[in-house]
Design a protein around this ligand. Structure first.
Ligand code: HEC
Length: 115
């Protein structure tokens, strides 16, 4: 009697394992399809740098991170300061000097050229 129960258990476990496997394969495929909308991210220049990572982390909390060519270097300085004020107003942790510098480095590197 015990052995039959054990057998049933083992069969059940392997069935569950099979469906987990099937699920993982499905999720894997879904993840592949879902990669298309993310291609937008790759339109940001230098998206594989630590500066970009800092920028996208800091600047995606409230809205879509802006394209760095939306402003000149000087304008970015003011924008980043203003965004830090927004953070403070929302009770969010403000960027420290290092984080701000990293974000600005990224933005300025690809900023709109002054005329
Ligand atoms: C706490 C929320 C918050 C975070 C975080 C934030 N923003 Fe903003 N952002 C806003 C709000 C609110 C506005 C609209 C009001 C304004 O322009 O100040 C805005 C508007 C903007 C604009 C459009 C206005 C303009 O001057 O062109 C840009 C560009 C921008 N943010 C860039 C950034 C960047 C870069 C970062 C990262 C350093 C960032 N934001 C992080 C809240 C935020």
């Amino acid at each position: 009697m015990m052995n039959i129960m054990k057998m049933t258990m083992i069969t059940k476990i392997s069935m569950i394992q099979n469906s987990i496997m099937a699920c993982m394969i499905l999720v894997g495929l879904a993840a592949c399809d879902a990669s298309k909308p993310h291609q937008e991210t790759s339109s940001y220049p230098d998206a594989d740098t630590p500066e970009f990572k800092q920028f996208s982390q800091q600047c995606s909390i409230c809205h879509k991170p802006p394209m760095p060519n939306a402003h000149t270097a000087l304008e970015w300085k003011h924008v980043v300061e203003r965004m830090n004020l927004h953070k403070a107003q929302h009770g969010l942790e403000v960027m420290d000097k290092v984080e701000k510098t990293q974000v600005l480095t990224y933005l300025v590197m690809h900023s709109k050229q002054d005329k």
